[in-house]
Design a binder for this molecule. Sequence first.
Ligand SMILES: [Zn+2]
Ligand SMILES: [Zn+2]
Length: 181
Amino acid sequence: MELDLGHMGERSSFSFDENFEIEPVGGEPTPCRVRVDVEITKTGARYLLEAKVASIFRTGCGRCLETFECRIDTGFDIVFQGGEKVQIPDGAEEDDFIFLGSGEEYCFDLFPRVREAVLLDQPIRYLCSEDCRGICPGCGENLNVNECRCAKEGRDPRWGALKDVFDARQAGSEESREREE
Ligand SMILES: [Zn+2]
Ligand SMILES: [Zn+2]
């Protein structure tokens, strides 16, 4: 989306859609649809751009591994300063305060900022729901859908989890042994 500030009034708003490929934390690259609502307010030689970004894509849950539809709602502000160069206000990032040289075109590509806003607003881990019950480490059953089969099969459901801890310890002690040698 190319922004043409030269043809903006005192206040203008518009919306646009974009698609890009996102690589979600812990997931495979997947198509992401974004809806961007932009509002621009002009005060003297300064334009304040406020963008709201709503994104939607599918990714796997970090607990139960099921694919689900994930939404990230985010946004960003940019100030475009025309005329004389001024001091960047306190608290403003250099990227968010752009000087418009007098001879230049007032064109700006918003898309990289839209993409960045979504990427920066990702959770540490994607969960299909806050109380996703995940997968039993013993029987591998998705506990959101089915009951754990461990008791029925005479297995201890904690065994899988304990085994992971044990394996990690083994790996750790092997490492320290290597370091000693
Ligand atoms: Zn889940
Ligand atoms: Zn189980």
